[in-house]
Every structure is written in C-alpha cells, then in structure tokens.
Ligand binder design. Structure first.
Ligand SMILES: [Zn+2]
Length: 188
C-alpha cells in the first residue's frame, strides 16, 4: 500500500469520530446516509422489529466571530429519516418522516458548555477530536419525534375500546388478591 502524504489530511471524515476544530477551521462538509440499524435508540417497541429506514445527514463547519470578536467553531447539522411508529388512534404502524436542522457552537470544556448553554440561546456542545456526530443526529431525531403520531387517515375503522364488549373486565380481576383467591380455590 502506498501513501502520498501531502501534509494535509485527506482521509475520509468519519462521522463517528469527527475532529470538531479542524472540521470547522477548514469549513468542511460531510454528508451521507447510514443504515437505520446503527441508531438503536430510534427503534421504539413494538415497531422495532419493522426497522428504521436510512438516516440521511449533512453537516458543515465554519468559524464565526463571537460577541468579543474571537472565532468560535460552529457546525450546522441536518438529518432526516422515516420511522415506523404506533398510530395513537388505531394502534397500527404509521411511517412518520422526522427531520431537524440545527446549529451548534462548540467550546473547549464541559464547564464552559454548561455555563454558556445557560447564558445564551445558542446550543453549546463540548468540542472533541473524536466527536460522535451520529449520536448527536440520533439525539436530535429523538427530540423531533411527534408526541402523538397518527395516520392522516387510519387504514381501518377505529375500534373504540369503550364500545367493545371484549374490553369489559369483571371487577374482581382488577384486584390482585381476588386473583390469588381464585388460584387457591381447590378444583372440583
Ligand atoms: Zn391510525
């Protein structure tokens, strides 16, 4: 294998281990599509077995002057995917498109991030030489989940629990001690 080292890093950027400061200093861009299975936290039960489609993401870095004129690293990040969620009306699965687009300013330390996150409207994160950009994508997609996903139009008429005799439960079944009593009753 032959290496042609030019003094400039030309290796493909790894979104799981992104060097934040160089990425912003060079105004770099990074985009891609990753398999949904990489994003374990996006798999809500019971829809998990149906999987998640691809997650598309795009990031670009830049340096912007802060209020004091010093240059700060910023990353603009956007992503989208489609998730199978449980429709809150009919309880069947519904494919929901989820996306976000946000900008993050990076600081050197956790303490600085906490301080500045409280003081400003900006989203402040801690810089790292091996930042997991896809974990951030996952966090943001989770926050973009609709609180109550529903079909535009449910595929089947909705069964109303209150109108369904099958949902009528004898009162004693609600009491766990009543159930115990039944278990103790000798047969015959
Ligand atoms: Zn529905």
């Amino acid at each position: 294998m032959r290496f042609s080292y030019t003094g400039r890093m030309t290796a493909e950027l790894n979104p799981r281990r992104l060097a934040i400061v160089p990425f912003t200093q060079t105004a770099a861009r990074l985009s891609g599509a990753r398999d949904g299975s990489e994003f374990g936290r996006l798999l809500p039960e019971p829809a998990g077995s149906h999987g998640v489609g691809q997650v598309f993401f795009e990031a670009f870095g830049e340096l912007r002057p802060n209020a004091q004129g010093a240059m700060s690293p910023w990353i603009s990040l956007a992503a989208r995917t489609t998730l199978p969620l449980v429709c809150q009306r009919c309880l069947e699965l519904v494919n929901v498109d989820i996306d976000f687009s946000r900008e993050f300013r990076f600081v050197a330390t956790e303490a600085q991030a906490e301080l500045e996150d409280n003081q400003s409207e900006e989203d402040v994160l801690v810089s790292a030489p091996d930042f997991d950009l896809l974990a951030l994508v996952e966090d943001e997609l989770l926050m973009a989940l609709p609180p109550s996903p529903k079909h535009q139009q449910c595929p089947r008429p909705v069964k109303l629990a209150v109108a369904d005799k099958d949902f009528a439960v004898p009162d004693e079944a609600v009491n766990p001690f009543a159930v115990l009593g039944q278990l103790k009753t000798p047969k015959g």
